[in-house]
Write a protein that binds this ligand. Structure first.
Ligand SMILES: *[C@@H]1O[C@H](CO)[C@@H](O)[C@H](O)[C@H]1NC(C)=O
Ligand SMILES: *[C@@H]1O[C@H](CO)[C@@H](O)[C@H](O)[C@H]1NC(C)=O
Ligand SMILES: *[C@@H]1O[C@H](CO)[C@@H](O)[C@H](O)[C@H]1NC(C)=O
Ligand SMILES: *[C@@H]1O[C@H](CO)[C@@H](O)[C@H](O)[C@H]1NC(C)=O
Ligand SMILES: *[C@@H]1O[C@H](CO)[C@@H](O)[C@H](O)[C@H]1NC(C)=O
Ligand SMILES: *[C@@H]1O[C@H](CO)[C@@H](O)[C@H](O)[C@H]1NC(C)=O
Ligand SMILES: *[C@@H]1O[C@H](CO)[C@@H](O)[C@H](O)[C@H]1NC(C)=O
Ligand SMILES: *[C@@H]1O[C@H](CO)[C@@H](O)[C@H](O)[C@H]1NC(C)=O
Length: 903
């Protein structure tokens, strides 16, 4: 209908109008929702601020940027459209050259689409959060202003029935984001801040068509048996939704619910309905309940399967569908309780659940990539983790669908260190941050309502942390809690991720945030005071650590070369105290590798080359993550239990030199394999402080069974020190001491350094299946921590361990054969032909071009082989990427670098 009018414009413009009007309507039936699929984008410095005219159809946008994506921040869009090249931006210090001033003015997103409006049809515009404030115009009229559409998470639905036509032009003008004034997605010290501060349409914008009655988000409430043995009892499922009558007449609706299994077809489809009468313009909370006789229970992958169901609630008015909403869900229960130390324990399906995971970050330009996320979750499972913490980086609905399917818990919550925590009592805020205004409390409430309804149905959501470093104030707390309650929130709500204080409405969080974030030696996690307890031991392995780690995660050379210049690479090992751009953000405590390098230099000797530095770094990283994960897992049964661990961090927002389990390019290195060994479900560990060997089991599906632990040690020359075997009866969900090695005949009297190998076998005989194989390097003396001089980010070391004897190990000869395994697998047969251990042998799969084959998993890597020992290690493809392996590169601390082609 606008075509006619547009024909009066220039020929070129009218052509655009005609073509667009002829296109398929974005939505054409009741209950249909469509995402605005692409955007034209331009700065207000170029196109001005007349949104009324920019939002009329037929505007010539040929000089604008055209993005074929439904969502991207300004920087994300400019990368998509080729204005910036991410590879180049991330190289060396190039990122500093992006002109920030271009983002100090508003920018405009624009799209034209067609509809077929007719009487009785209703249209709605749905946002899911725009950074950070936006004026929205449609067909020359304002839909909403920037005081109302404010906050990166404040998604809303606007009625646009009166504004739509056959041809439509939508304009969203976004305002510059300031992390201290706006509710955005900030970065603290992890990486440089993006030049646009994440401004833009970072989440989808949708158009929905309905009849007279439209529905809000579907809430699905499940009730299952409250204890482990009652899980097969009948479950109730309640579907709830707010139905709004958009017409000035009484409408009688039938609300019909359907529940069907999504993945396991073991229950019949269930349907149920009821009739409701809605007065003019009224809102009604529709509630439909049913019983599922034998619910299939959703478990985290660690403990079982992930059966999912889908629920749909449809409303029929005037004998036809008016609207429908649906969501996937699973039957599972999560509760939490503080123990006698006020440390939080989560309970999943009636079983106490130790959280093992790490802190996630999106790409720094918020470039969401579902395939990458799925690979990241596959890595998470491969590591033996069960949880990921998202601190104010709640991503998109798809993220939760994938986590539901893969069986990984997500700890979702708000972020620290900026507007989100601008409380009068927050000691750590940057100076200008104003405390919340009345309007800010409204934005916070809108944000919570939106996120709660996005998350509510997903079994993968473990908890919502309404605070991070600080607890929420007395006005915000009930706003958040009421919003969660209104969404029928079903899992624990935690007040903050720290123990700094709490609102009486939430009670103590039971999560600690006391560091470390920088390098500490492996015995840190086990260190107790003279009385044998953890008083003033901050991050050590007790309680629930919400973000802590030894600050490791050094990428290997193949990754480093992608983002460091040759002089940057030299700095790594020649300038150990220098501030490096790819460490943390300028001004933070973590701009240098000084604390880490002090340890590396003192414990391993000054590096003699970049290769030597990286080898010593990988040893340091592996040792650090393994000790942390093992200490927490081992202390699951301790008097003061270790109830959870969120390692800081899982991944990086850009190519970073630290704080990850795998690097930006998804290459797993030392920190990955240390974490992986340390997170095995059934495992044997060594406590550096007590010199004890421990057994641990994180499964629930087993009963008592026999296990054999083989303990062997070699001295720094490779000579046998001792060899022993302990048989034990193993029980699920336990950890127990196996034996002490603190005797003169064992590790009580090391000359300089020693190797310790622990092998766990099924059964009691030496040919039992190997369940865990774990090799340590142990120094004569431990690192000594100076607990009294602890800072929030580190506990310094007073005297260092000495591993230098291991630098002069004779070279080992490792015979390697690389064969193709089944499907997308490569098997490497290793054999140590020498009389000395082959220390810390790293395998790297490369293609014909010599480049890393990624993403992939190795069942084990960075392994140490005893003289004569054989090991087969398997690499497997992750995801559906290109899998064209050609060779395996092999190198070890005392094993020369070589490349073995696939035979
Ligand atoms: C970015 O630049 C790199 C080289 O600097 C090039 O290999 C790559 O193809 C470019 N990416 C895009 C999307 O153009
Ligand atoms: C924005 O819209 C709201 C609601 O319509 C209105 O109350 C407010 O005055 C508007 N603000 C501005 C600055 O126009
Ligand atoms: C980004 O936020 C920071 C701090 O909140 C502010 O200083 C800076 O000016 C902002 N940048 C832009 C482009 O708005
Ligand atoms: C609804 O209908 C009533 C009765 O016809 C009328 O008085 C009222 O103005 C209408 N309201 C609106 C918002 O159209
Ligand atoms: C409502 O339930 C009744 C009884 O099961 C059934 O006959 C009817 O078709 C259902 N209506 C809808 C709209 O699903
Ligand atoms: C646990 O928290 C409660 C407040 O809810 C407090 O009264 C109690 O002293 C705390 N216990 C310990 C061991 O800190
Ligand atoms: C470290 O150990 C080596 C060899 O075992 C020894 O020569 C050296 O003196 C030790 N260094 C320190 C600082 O004790
Ligand atoms: C390793 O693999 C080879 C064949 O590739 C096989 O002969 C050998 O038995 C395997 N060794 C172990 C310990 O699994």
């Amino acid at each position: 209908m606008h075509v006619e009018r547009k024909l009066t414009l220039t020929a070129a413009l009218s052509l655009v109008g005609v073509v667009k009007a002829a296109a398929t309507p974005l939505v054409s039936s009741f209950g249909q929702t469509a995402v605005i699929p692409s955007w034209d984008l331009q700065s207000s410095a170029k196109v001005g601020n007349n949104l009324e005219s920019l939002s009329k159809t037929g505007v010539d946008t040929s000089s604008w940027y055209h993005v074929g994506k439904s969502k991207c921040t300004l920087m994300g869009c400019l990368v998509e459209t080729g204005v910036y090249n991410e590879t180049d931006l991330f190289y060396s210090e190039n990122l500093q050259n992006v002109d920030e001033t271009q983002f100090s003015v508003p920018w405009t997103y624009r799209n034209e689409f067609t509809l077929e409006p007719a009487p009785g049809e209703h249209f709605h515009l749905q946002t899911h959060g725009i950074s950070s404030r936006a004026d929205i115009f449609l067909n020359g009229k304002q839909v909403v202003n920037k005081s109302v559409q404010a906050g990166s998470y404040a998604g809303k639905s606007y009625k646009i029935t009166n504004l739509v036509g056959d041809s439509n032009a939508l304009v969203i003008q976004v305002q510059p984001t300031n992390y201290y004034y706006d509710f955005a997605l900030g970065w603290v010290d992890w990486n440089p801040w993006p030049a646009d501060n994440g401004t833009g349409v970072w989440r989808d914008v949708e158009i929905k068509q309905t009849g007279a009655v439209a529905l809000g988000p579907l809430r699905i409430v499940t009730k299952i048996g409250s204890t482990y043995d009652k899980l097969s009892d009948p479950a109730t499922v309640t579907l709830k939704v707010m139905a709004r009558n958009f017409e000035n007449r009484t409408v009688t609706i039938t609300a019909a619910g359907t529940i069907a299994p999504l993945s396991e077809a073991d229950i019949p489809r269930i349907t149920f309905n009821r009739t409701i009468t809605l007065p003019p313009f009224s809102v009604y909370n529709v509630v439909l309940e049913t019983v599922v006789g034998k619910p299939a229970i959703w478990w985290p992958k660690q403990w079982g399967n992930q059966p999912l169901y889908t629920a749909t609630l449809s409303v029929f008015a005037d004998d036809k569908l008016s609207d429908a909403v649906s969501g996937n869900f699973g039957f599972r229960s999560v509760t939490s309780k503080p123990n006698s130390y006020n440390d939080t324990t989560f309970i999943v399906n009636g079983v106490p659940f130790q959280v093992i995971g790490a802190g996630y970050t999106p790409n720094m330009f918020l470039r969401w990539d579902a395939t990458k996320w799925e690979s990241e979750l596959q890595y998470t499972l491969d590591l033996g983790f069960n949880t990921i913490r998202l601190e104010g980086k709640n991503e998109h609905p798809e993220a939760y669908d994938i986590a539901d399917r893969l069986g990984i818990f997500l700890m979702v919550g708000w972020e620290c260190c900026d507007k989100w925590e601008a409380w009068s009592y927050n000691q750590d805020l940057a100076v200008p941050t104003p405390v919340w205004s009345d309007q800010d409390y409204v934005i916070a409430g809108d944000s919570m309502r939106h996120e709660a309804s996005m998350l509510q149905t997903h079994p993968s959501v473990l908890t919502y942390l309404i605070g991070s470093d600080y607890w929420t104030d007395d006005r915000a707390t009930p706003i958040y809690l009421n919003a969660l309650k209104a969404s029928d929130w079903q899992t624990p709500i935690i007040g903050s991720a720290s123990k700094r204080g709490f609102s009486p409405l939430t009670g103590p969080s039971g999560l600690k945030m006391e560091g470390p974030y920088d390098w500490v030696p492996p015995n840190y996690w086990y260190d107790t005071n003279e009385k044998g307890n953890y008083a003033n031991r901050f991050g050590a392995a007790f309680g629930f650590g919400s973000e802590l780690g030894a600050g490791v995660g050094t990428p290997e050379l193949s990754s480093l070369k992608k983002f460091l210049s040759s002089s940057d690479l030299e700095d790594l090992w020649k300038a150990p105290n220098k501030a490096l751009y790819h460490m943390s953000r300028a001004g933070s405590e973590f701009t240098t590798r000084k604390i880490y390098n002090d340890g590396l230099w003192k414990r391993w000797g000054a590096p003699t080359s970049l290769d030597d530095y990286l080898m010593k770094s990988q040893l340091t990283d592996y040792e650090a993550t393994r000790a942390q994960f093992e200490a927490f897992a081992t202390n699951w049964n301790a008097k003061r239990q270790a109830t959870g661990l969120i390692y800081w961090m899982l991944n990086n927002a850009w190519p970073s030199l630290h704080w990850n389990v795998w690097d930006y390019y998804m290459k797993p290195a030392g920190s990955y394999f240390g974490a992986k060994v340390g997170s095995r479900k059934e495992h044997v560990t060594y406590n550096y402080v007590t010199k004890e060997v421990w057994y641990l089991d994180r499964t629930i599906d087993a009963t008592a069974r026999d296990r054999r632990v083989e303990i062997d040690a070699l001295d720094s020359q490779g000579k046998v020190m001792f060899s022993s075997v302990v048989n034990l009866a193993a029980y699920p969900q336990t950890s127990r001491r196996v034996t002490s090695l603190n005797t003169a005949y064992t590790l009580g009297n090391i000359k300089d350094a020693a190797f310790l190998r622990l092998v766990l076998r099924a059964g009691t005989t030496k040919d039992g299946k190997v369940l865990s194989r774990n090799v340590y390097w142990v120094s004569k003396d431990l690192d000594v921590l100076d607990w009294d001089r602890s800072e929030w980010y580190v506990t310094p070391v007073r005297t260092y361990a000495n591993y230098t004897a291991l630098n002069i190990l004779p070279a080992a000869d490792v015979v390697t054969q690389v064969v193709k395994g089944q499907n997308e697998e490569v098997v490497v047969n290793l054999e140590n032909k020498s009389k000395v251990p082959a220390f810390f042998v790293m395998l790297n799969l490369v293609g014909k071009d010599g480049k890393d084959v990624l993403p992939l998993t190795w069942d084990d890597n960075y392994v140490t082989l005893w003289p004569g020992e054989k090991l087969n290690l398997t690499a497997r493809a992750v995801g559906k990427g290109k899998w064209e392996p050609a060779a395996v590169q092999v190198v070890g601390k005392n094993v020369g670098r070589k490349s073995v082609t696939l035979g």
